[in-house]
Design a binder for this molecule. Structure first.
Ligand code: SF4
Length: 203
């Protein structure tokens, strides 16, 4: 199933791939920000597959003719360079201290404080030592996180305004049955239930 969203700027449905790699409004667009927030994994995979196909196209030029994705995207506009879509994101803050030890041969190792001190005690020397504060990962970042938060706030405010404008429903009067029920004749009234008499004690 293709990932599609309604584009309020152009007034029709757009393929998420077109938004991701072709649209100049991508990073400022609320429609895409909200869609990306809900389908990040799928959209990232779509973009990744697209660039994989482009790489394949470069290696095997004749393949491009039969590639419907490429023929659909390329005539629209010039696709963004992949590098522009990739960002380094913080995966986790390092609570404990880790160090990158660079040795004389420029090999890097990730060490804890105790390991660094142990090596120093043994007389080993590092060419450089760096303290690690964050673990990072490379990801597509088609919409900055702050932009997604802003789009959510705008959408919530619009929904609240729409709810306030909606007329309040007053409960409808109960329907009157037709023909209206007529009061029953006294003779037809149900006889009152016989009163129960208490059995006298001692009987
Ligand atoms: S990124 Fe936004 S403006 Fe651009 S095509 Fe997609 S929905 Fe439309």
């Amino acid at each position: 199933m293709r990932l599609k969203l309604y584009c309020n700027r152009y007034g029709h449905f757009k393929d998420a791939l077109v938004c991701s790699v072709n649209c100049a409004f991508r990073t400022r667009c609320n429609d895409f920000a909200l869609f990306y927030d809900g389908h990040r994994a799928e959209v990232d995979a779509l973009v990744s597959d697209y660039y994989d196909a482009r790489r394949g196209q470069a290696e095997h030029a004749p393949r491009a003719a039969g590639d419907s994705t490429l023929t659909r995207i390329q005539p629209v506009a010039r696709p963004e360079e992949m590098r522009k879509l990739i960002r380094l994101e913080v995966l986790r803050e390092m609570a404990e201290s880790f160090y990158i030890w660079i040795d004389k041969e420029d090999r890097a190792e990730l060490l804890e404080t105790a390991d660094v001190l142990r090596r120093a005690e043994r007389g080993q020397k590092a060419k450089s030592i760096y303290r690690v504060a964050q673990e990072m990962e490379l990801r597509y970042q088609l919409v900055p996180r702050k932009r997604i938060e802003k789009a959510k706030r705008v959408a919530e405010a619009a929904a609240e305004r729409a709810a306030a404008r909606r007329p309040r429903r007053t409960p409808a009067p109960a329907p009157v049955p037709f023909p209206a029920p007529v009061a029953a004749d006294d003779s037809d009234r149900e006889a009152p239930a016989p009163r129960r008499t208490r059995a006298r004690a001692g009987r």
